[in-house]
Design a protein around this ligand. Structure first.
Ligand SMILES: [Zn+2]
Length: 224
């Protein structure tokens, strides 16, 4: 991603100019979704959920100074900082709601996708969703793009520690909307990076690895 925006500029557009995510994207001529990443990286709280930004004063000088650099490349250090900033962070509620809202109502009456055929189609569709992609990316970022069993950085998979199908069963997820709305399914702490080979090697015995994986994530969070 080559687009860069400072935290101050973003806060200004959001809290002072009162623009929505999508308006900011339009104003800066960005693709959809780009701004989400920066809100997340800077941990800017959505205005509906907190008082952040209320009564915040931006001086005229600050307003004048605001400039948007679309071409500033990321230095290695910056990339590292961004990567580290994902450690232990979950998607904000607003972020999830926004992404979810795109899906609500898309498939009325689409029931029991996991059990009544169409399973792979359904799973594929879910994996193409921005919520899934964002979940996976947050996990890869936190795990620094390394398999958490063998430490390889080859072809990576994101694995649900508590199995996907178990969550589906436990939470009685039936419709596409149910999946999108199930926080636990998108809990970053319930995901771990595995290489394809290791992922394949635990197929069918995933439950035996739950505790081990949980403690890996726990250690990571403790050391942030
Ligand atoms: Zn591996």
């Amino acid at each position: 991603m080559s687009f860069f925006i400072s935290k101050e500029d973003l806060e200004y557009l959001y809290f002072v100019e009162n623009l929505s995510y999508s308006k900011i994207e339009k104003k800066l001529n960005l693709n959809r979704g780009v701004i989400y990443h920066w809100f997340k990286k800077y941990e800017i709280k959505p205005r509906n959920y907190s008082d952040a930004g209320k009564g915040r004063k931006f001086t005229d000088e600050h307003k004048k100074k605001i400039s948007f650099s679309n071409s500033k490349p990321h230095t290695e250090e910056r990339k590292k900082n961004i990567s580290n900033s994902h450690l232990g962070k979950n998607l904000t509620d607003e972020h999830k709601d926004k992404i979810r809202s795109k899906f609500i109502g898309l498939r009325p009456g689409f029931k029991h996708p996991m059990w009544k055929g169409g399973r792979s189609t359904f799973r594929n569709r879910l994996q193409q969703s921005s919520l899934y992609k964002e979940w996976r990316k947050s996990i890869y970022d936190r795990d620094l793009y390394k398999c958490q069993i063998c430490n390889s950085g080859g072809k990576l998979n994101s694995h649900h520690i508590i199995k996907f199908s178990k969550i589906v069963e436990d939470y009685n997820l039936l419709k596409y909307e149910d999946y999108i709305m199930c926080n636990f399914l998108w809990d970053i702490d319930n995901g771990i990076t595995l290489c394809e080979k290791c992922h394949h090697s635990i197929k069918g015995i995933e439950e035996k690895f739950e505790e081990k994986f949980k403690s890996i994530i726990y250690e990571k969070k403790k050391n942030v």
